[in-house]
Design a protein around this ligand. Structure first.
Ligand code: P6P
Length: 342
């Protein structure tokens, strides 16, 4: 009788090959990009893990387009990702939170564009709190000729893949290609990402909210009323969990149930987080995991980006909770600046 070689361990490589078999027309190019991102993330992970030991901490003295102090690891992660993507030859352009404009690979025959936050949560780097890499993958609209704005700035609904790497107590890759969400945990002893969280979905109930309550007084009325509701009127108390690293907060809420919020404020009606580098990839993952992502008024994935670094308010997590939030914003009338109550 033929021996059965059954192992519960599935590597990322084996998973990709299995999934490619489901789509025979798939050329494997998208899988190659995922592999390139994973290669860069393992190099980044090595530096993140020893960041406290070598002089890679501290500020570069430079600032990115957002006017934020850049941590050296931000730039290191940015360079590793761009290098791996262009060497992989599948990608013709990269947009990064750390770059003022798109980086175009001249002469590239690559059909894909990657938008990324190479190291999200950088303010947590030197306090040893989990940080992450967030990525979105788009396919060129026009496969010939010069890259156009239509190729480079697409709605989030056009993403062909999105994911994040979480550099936490363990290093995890979570991604979707539009067929559900799967999580892989790095086994450092063999240097492989192993399938650890197949078919990830938000739990049915949400009992956690993640928001920087320090901005409360500047929130618009609808956001304030929603927060008052969940803290005062809800039948069961909610937990507040917020560590200021979107990838870590989102990942915990995906596993345990929750809503992550970065609302607009009177000073910053569009909030702080970027549509292209943070909101869109997390929205794609959230929807694929049975959740929802809204600006408070619009589905994040339907928003037509006007510029690479534009910001957007984001409420993402359990669908029921996001719908409840939207109802408060609607009930308390106007949106953004018009909602300012005197
Ligand atoms: P605040 C990190 O800088 C980040 O971009 C997200 O990862 C995080 O959710 C948010 O900003 C934290 O911002 O204003 O609460 O410190």
């Amino acid at each position: 009788m033929e021996r059965q070689f059954k192992s519960s361990v599935i590597t990322l490589e084996q998973f990709i090959i299995q999934k490619e078999q489901n789509f025979p027309y798939a050329t494997g190019q998208l899988s190659k990009i995922i592999r390139d991102i994973v290669l860069a993330s393992r190099i980044i992970n090595r530096e993140v893990n020893k960041a406290g030991l070598v002089d890679i901490l501290g500020l570069t003295g430079e600032t990115n387009i957002q006017g934020e102090e850049q941590q050296k690891l931000d730039l290191y992660a940015n360079d590793q990702m761009i290098d791996a993507l262009f060497k992989g030859r599948m990608v013709c352009a990269v947009g990064s939170e750390e770059e003022d404009d798109f980086i175009i690979k001249n002469g590239s025959t690559g059909k894909y564009i990657v938008l990324m936050d190479p190291l999200d949560g950088s303010s947590n780097i030197d306090v040893n709190v989990s940080i992450g890499t967030i990525f979105s993958i788009y396919r060129r609209k026009h496969l010939e000729g010069e890259l156009t704005r239509e190729d480079l700035l697409q709605k989030g609904s056009e993403q062909v893949a999105a994911g994040y790497i979480l550099y936490g107590s363990s290093t995890m890759l979570v991604y979707t290609t539009g067929h559900g969400v799967n999580g892989f945990t790095l086994d450092p002893s063999i240097g492989e990402f192993l399938l650890s969280h197949p078919n990830m979905e938000f739990p049915e109930y949400c009992n956690t909210y993640s928001v920087n309550e320090g901005n409360y007084r500047d929130f618009f009325e609808g956001t304030k009323q929603y927060l008052r509701h969940i803290k005062r009127d809800s039948p069961k108390p909610y937990k507040l969990r917020y560590i200021g690293s979107m990838v870590a907060d989102f990942h915990r809420n995906l596993l345990k149930g929750g809503i992550f919020m970065y609302p607009g404020t009177i000073q910053r009606p569009k909030g702080k987080l970027r549509l292209t580098f943070e909101a869109n990839p997390m929205a794609f993952i959230a929807e694929q995991a049975g959740g929802m992502a809204s600006s408070g008024r619009d589905r994040i994935l339907d928003i037509d980006p006007q510029e690479l670094h534009e910001r957007v308010p984001i409420f993402v997590g359990n669908k029921e909770e996001v719908l409840k939030l939207e109802s408060y914003i609607k009930a308390y009338g106007k949106y953004g600046r018009e909602a300012i109550t005197v």
